[in-house]
Design a protein. Structure first.
Length: 86
């Protein structure tokens, strides 16, 4: 069962650009396809294997009231990993 948990003011987009961390989580990622995601505008925590991969904002999503340019996904950079307590 897939579960996406939204924290505080959640990201309006389902796709984000991830830098660093595990190879399988790099590039453009659709958050709805992952097992467990907790996110806010500043941070994303993704359950991966026996832990969580932590990412922080590098570039926020462009404002929707912009000048009509192509929509670009917000970018998050890997900052660390925590293990799940057993």
């Amino acid at each position: 069962m897939r579960r996406v948990t939204h924290d505080s003011s959640a990201i309006a987009l389902s796709s984000v650009q991830l830098e660093g961390g595990p190879h399988e989580l790099s590039g453009t990622v659709d958050l709805t396809e992952l097992d467990e995601v907790i996110f806010s505008d500043e941070k994303i925590k993704i359950r991966y294997g026996n832990g969580y991969e932590h990412f922080e904002t590098v570039r926020p999503a462009p404002s929707r009231a912009g000048d009509g340019e192509g929509s670009e996904n917000p970018t998050f950079r890997w900052v660390g990993r925590t293990r799940i307590a057993e």
